[in-house]
Design a protein around this ligand. Structure first.
Ligand SMILES: *Cc1c(COP(=O)(O)O)cnc(C)c1O
Length: 409
């Protein structure tokens, strides 16, 4: 998978900062006496930081939490509360905001997938909760049906609750696969264009066979309406990441939908000892997620979109007159549905592979990450993860490297 390549290219880097840290032990000792908030631990420890012109990649630490979110987290860190109380009150608010019967904050969308699955399997039976993921001989159902094209790695989260994945392509195959062990029909919104069966038919099949349906919309806001669209449509469970475009804690997500499943999922979660115990979310993540959701819903999304377009124009204008360079705006259709800048170059005029380009931007000062692993002689830049003014640096660095690699005519 592509993700593995990103990981590889990110880890083989020389860590420029680490040399400074090693060369200045006295400074380290002195800085240890300064209160933590004043310290730059990244610099101190030699951790490379970078301008993110790529996107909300888990490997690149996701997103930056805005002040609203950090305020909620800091305030939450100063008082004790019962975790169940926090989940209950926040869950009720999130449910209301997203048109669901119930909601809970999970440790990322991955955990929402696993816990939602567990809730479907166990219901409110605590004996069953203690048996997951060892389903054999318990009377719990054991199979989940999904479309082959929707199997992109994230379905693995469901198997952590003990189920087997049954992958089908056609409606006829799906209907033939349903049996007394079928627990749920699972849908990955990101791949809706690839699968033969779309939302409405998926829901119709769920109704016909009296099976719960779950949809994964992890990275599929904006548009903001997606937060409630799939609850309105009738999916029994909807799961989404908190730390992607919503900019909540990177370790947060939401499980929402029918009350009977969310209530059951909470039984498998911390503070109890079910399969979710190792994916603890505390008051800081839960309230941080809530603040992020609140902020995101109330954002001026049209203004955000215009700002991204302005940034794209600035970068494109800086480089498009370079001989052999082409720029265009690309908007992914479902996940990360936001304008990105696509830069393509003629390999006869600019002698630089896409991965070399990625490496040079990464090794520059400041270090810049772009999406450099998708196609030869091209890269993409995500705008929604850039901090104010950083587009100018990205423009200057791209220009510099493209000109440096240009063949003199
Ligand atoms: C990112 C993602 C996940 C996992 O979400 P986390 O919040 O990182 O746990 C699940 N499904 C899809 C489709 C994703 O893009």
């Amino acid at each position: 998978m592509k993700r593995r390549e990103i990981l590889k290219s990110l880890t083989i880097l020389p860590l420029a900062g680490s040399m400074t840290a090693a060369a200045a032990p006295l400074e380290n000792i002195l800085s240890a006496a300064v209160p933590a908030a004043k310290r730059d631990l990244f610099a101190e420890l030699g951790i490379r930081t970078f301008i993110n012109a790529a996107g909300n990649y888990t490997v690149m630490s996701g997103s930056l939490m805005p002040p609203d979110v950090m305020d909620a987290i800091n305030a939450a860190s100063k008082k004790f509360a019962l975790v169940d109380d926090v989940q209950e009150k926040v869950g009720a608010k999130i449910a209301e905001m997203c048109h669901a019967e119930a909601a809970m904050v999970t440790a990322g969308c991955w955990s929402a997938l696993m816990l939602g699955m567990a809730g479907v399997l166990t219901g409110m039976d605590t004996k069953r909760v203690s048996q997951v993921p060892n389903l054999a001989g318990t009377g719990m159902k054991t199979e989940v049906i999904l479309q082959k094209s929707h199997s992109m790695g994230y379905d693995h989260a469901l198997t952590q609750a003990g189920v087997k994945l049954i992958k089908v392509e056609t409606r006829a195959e799906l209907e033939a696969a349903i049996n007394e062990n079928t627990a749920m029909l699972w849908f990955l919104n990101r791949e809706v264009h690839k699968g033969q069966i779309k939302h409405a038919e998926w829901l119709e099949l769920g109704k016909k066979y009296n099976l719960p349906t779950m949809i994964d919309i992890a990275a599929d806001v904006p548009p903001v309406e997606n937060l409630w669209k799939f609850n309105d449509m009738g999916f029994d469970l909807v799961v989404i990441s908190g730390g992607k475009a919503m900019r909540g804690p990177q370790s947060s997500g939401i499980l929402m939908g029918k009350k009977k499943y969310v209530a059951a999922a909470l039984l498998s979660n911390n503070p109890r000892g079910g399969i979710g115990r190792g994916q603890k979310v505390n008051k800081e993540e839960v309230l941080g997620m809530y603040a992020a959701l609140h902020r995101f819903i109330n954002l001026d999304h049209q203004k955000e979109w215009q700002m991204w377009e302005t940034k794209i124009a600035l970068i494109a204008n800086a480089i498009k007159s370079i001989d052999g360079v082409k720029t265009e705006t690309f908007i992914p259709p479902t996940d990360n549905n936001m304008p990105t800048l696509k830069v393509t170059w003629d390999p006869n005029k600019i002698k630089l592979s896409n991965t070399e380009m990625g490496d040079r931007l990464r090794q520059g000062n400041p270090s810049v990450e772009v999406i450099s692993w998708e196609a030869p002689n091209s890269l993409r830049c995500g705008m929604h993860v850039l901090e104010a003014g950083e587009e100018k640096i990205v423009a200057a660095r791209l220009k510099e490297e493209l000109i440096k690699a240009s063949v003199k005519s």
